[in-house]
Design a protein around this ligand. Sequence first.
Ligand code: ADP
Ligand code: GLC
Length: 514
Amino acid sequence: MRILFVASEGLPFSKTGGLADVVEALPKALVQQGHEVAVVLPRYRGAKNDAAVLPSVTVPMGARLRFPSIGGGALLHGVKYFFVEDAEYFDRDGIYGGGWGDFSDNAERYSELCRAAIEVAKHVWPADAIHCHDWQTGLLPVLLRTSHADDPLVKDTPVIFTIHNMGYQGVFGRDVIERAGIPAGTFHPGGLEYFGKVNYLKSGIVYSDYLTTVSRKYAQEIQTPEFGYGLDGVARGRGDRLVGILNGVDYTEWSPDTDAFVAEKFSLKDLHGKHACKTELMHLFGIAPEHAARPLIGIVSRFADQKGFDLIAERAHELMREELSLVVLGSGERRYEELFQALAAAYPGRAGARIAYDNAVAHKIEAGADMFLMPSRYEPCGLNQIYSLKYGTVPIVRATGGLDDTIETFDLEHGTGTGFKFVEYSGAAMMYAVRQALHHFIDERIWKRIQLNGMAKDFSWNGPAREYAKLYEVAWNQRHPGQSVPKPKESQAPNVSSGGRPTERNQKSSRSSN
Ligand code: ADP
Ligand code: GLC
């Protein structure tokens, strides 16, 4: 089949979080299984402009018209990339906003992305299905089913919508109906209205053919008030069209035996190199050499409430009284940046913090730490704990969403399990799990068992990509009863050529709106 991905960020061009990893890796995996995939992204600052494949598309934005162009069209790993080019909207510092908050015109910016993507499907790259991601693409299905309902080129194209995070919904004042050119007839409680406001994520949930989210557990959780962020009823209402498909990992990027960022490569068969990685990591974060025998806990994260750092704030000194060292890489909410900076200052030589976004250091933490702490309040999937498994870095996680689905509690009696989990969202429960890990670290033989159990796991994209392909097929069948599904070509070797120079990750910013 031909699948058109539409997203607000995707590697190697732009990234604020795991969405970008998925938007790069899933298309690659689908192509390897013989499908054709194109990705539509905004052209953010720093990426060079390609020749236009559509010099100007007309986008109604309320009373005004806008004329972005569509650039790109080259292949990268067999995937085609198209860029919505509109310097006024996208050539800015930051993707969604900056330290001061979100851009005030995000409703319009991402309305334009959706409308331009539909033009790509109509005029440049006809698709059998469109796969949208998160609130930024929530208007696409509603536009397809209203403004384009009679358009023979796209009216029967099914939309699959993936919720990567229910906590970010794109909620705007009613005036965006006008400003962002949203069909007014959709502003009602059964449509995209949400308590008198416009909710882009709700639009995606209501108007798409099928919904997915990024782990089975999170698919259940978002149908409950605790995790639904006010949209649990809407999610329940579409429960028969909602499936959880666990994210995979691109092991060409995240494998200790090939990783270009690590001090010394290692593998399941020979763990020796991990020692050199730990030494380098300690040096990088100013951890004193005399603590080399102690377990080193790593954290790599956006600093957001979702990630459970209030538990660490509550127990910081208790944590540091244990026999351990801590290295933290992240950026985001100021109070957490300050928390980790203060910890590093209070425990020199034992705690280190880097307030930054740094892919190389993220790899070094995965490789060099002994344990990886992820105490998330909620976690739709989470990628870092899965990366950790491959690097023999034992995850300590809260049993929620994808963390629960990917980490098995270590069972001493049977020698099974890959990490340590706690259920109750409390500092005490987190500390209990940390202490269990510390306890087992002392016995080298047991610790190696846990590491090897994790390293042997396979979370590659092959399985999940097949599940998505099946879903595209089901969605297509429903809109084309009695017709046979467009078949994938024979498995094709990825055609690697450059598709415009990838940028370094675009500036960190919140991924909000709301
Ligand atoms: P989320 O998307 O909620 O932030 P995920 O675990 O799905 O969480 O994905 C986070 C991704 O972002 C991972 O690839 C992780 O390595 C990366 N990442 C997060 N913070 C940083 C950072 N400060 N520096 C480098 N990479 C980071
Ligand atoms: C979101 C979630 C994260 C998930 C990622 C990719 O950002 O917070 O848990 O792994 O999307 O799906």
